[in-house]
Every structure is written in C-alpha cells, then in structure tokens.
Design a protein around this ligand. Structure first.
Ligand SMILES: [Zn+2]
Length: 219
C-alpha cells in the first residue's frame, strides 16, 4: 500500500488551488494544518454519525445514479456531488464510479464494500452541507491569507481549505483505514491515468513543500 502523510495529501489539494502559486511556503503549511484541525473539530461533534440519515433528516435528497458508466477517457470523473440551493439541496452519488473505487481498494487489500465507499463520500458531502447550512466556508475560518500579486485586493479565501477539511472529516467520522484523498489517487494509478512512479514523485514533491513551509516556520 502506498502511504502518504495527511499533510502532504493536504498539500496536493492546495496545489490544485488557483491561489497556490502566490502563497508563501509557511502560509501553505499553516493553512493545511488549520484546515485539518477544523475538519477534526467538526468530526468530534459528529463521531459515529450516519451521514446519510443526518442529511435526509436535514431535508437533503440523496440520489443514487445507477445508469451511468465509468468513463476512463474523461479527465475529471465525478464520484459524488452536493447541490445546495435556497429551496432544495441534493447529493448525487455516481454508483458506477463508487463501485469501481470499491474494486480498486479491494485489489489494494482493503476489505470494503460498496456501502462503505458510499458512506465515505456521503460523509465528505455532509461536511460541505454543514459548511453551506452554517453559512461559513472553511477558508473563512482559516483566515485571510497573503497572496503575492494580490496585495491591494481584498483578502483571498482558499477554496482548497474546504476540501482538506472535508477529507479529514470523512476520514475521522467513518474511522476510515485510508485517507480519502489517497483513495482517489489509487483509482488514478489503477486506471493508468498516472503511473505509480508519477504518483510517488508527486507525493514526494508535496511532502518536500510541507517540509519547506515547516522549516521556515521553525526559524
Ligand atoms: Zn468536496
């Protein structure tokens, strides 16, 4: 099994953020750690929860989409998604993708069933629901960050903070033996979208950026 520390996986989320290039190394690490803490604190209030039951109780419609297929040729494949509106809110689960993920995880020695994979994704979307319904984004709680090139503009909010916190929340409330972000990469490697070497290189780059921000912090 490929093992990557949670902060490095958080860095991989941050590296996908449009604001990433303008962030100082120490601000990167600080925002990742803060997002992980926020996700954990929220999970502590919902330990042992049933994300699906809680979503339904809050009036959210859960739609399991059964009639689509896994599209290996598509660059971005959606596994689960939340649609939040003032009148109605729904979560869509793409069951073919989730079944595919379950099969991949099984080949990596994880004894998980389809319900477990669905629950992991529902927990992630439940976190976003709590963000939306509470009227706060994780990025707001992480605090304004300095972005080079945007000094005179309003403080910027990191979108990736929500993802990092949602992954932490899902991992914690489900007691997952594997970090949710890593499950996505195992699927990409298994599908041949990236090789194991390419992923190892990417993870090493992320880990080096964590170390860079940490050593700055310690100075
Ligand atoms: Zn998300």
């Amino acid at each position: 099994m490929i093992s990557v520390p949670a902060e490095a996986l958080g860095m991989l989320d941050l590296m996908e953020d449009p604001l990433f290039p303008g962030l100082d190394p120490e601000d990167r690490v600080r925002s990742i750690r803060r997002s992980i803490d926020i996700g954990r604190a929220c999970a502590a209030q919902h330990l042992g929860c049933d994300p699906e039951a809680d979503l339904v109780r809050a009036g959210v419609v859960i739609r399991r989409i059964e009639d689509d297929t896994v599209r290996l040729d598509h660059a971005s494949r959606i596994q689960a998604q939340i649609f939040y509106g003032p009148d109605a809110c729904r979560v869509e689960l793409h069951m073919a993708e989730l079944l595919h993920k379950q099969e991949v995880l099984t080949t990596y020695g994880l004894d998980v069933d389809l319900d477990w994979v669905a629950r992991l994704h529902l927990a992630h979307e439940f976190y976003h629901f709590l963000e939306f319904s509470g009227g706060r984004r994780t990025g707001d709680e992480v605090g304004p960050i300095r972005v080079r090139g945007f000094l005179r503009s309003r403080p910027r909010v990191l979108r990736s903070a929500s993802e990092i916190a949602a992954h932490t929340f899902a991992e914690t409330v489900t007691g997952s033996p594997i970090h949710p972000k890593l499950t996505d990469y195992l699927v990409l490697v298994s599908d041949g979208t990236m090789t194991e070497e390419e992923f190892s290189h990417l993870a090493a780059t992320a880990q080096a950026r964590v170390q860079e921000g940490t050593s700055h912090e310690d100075l």
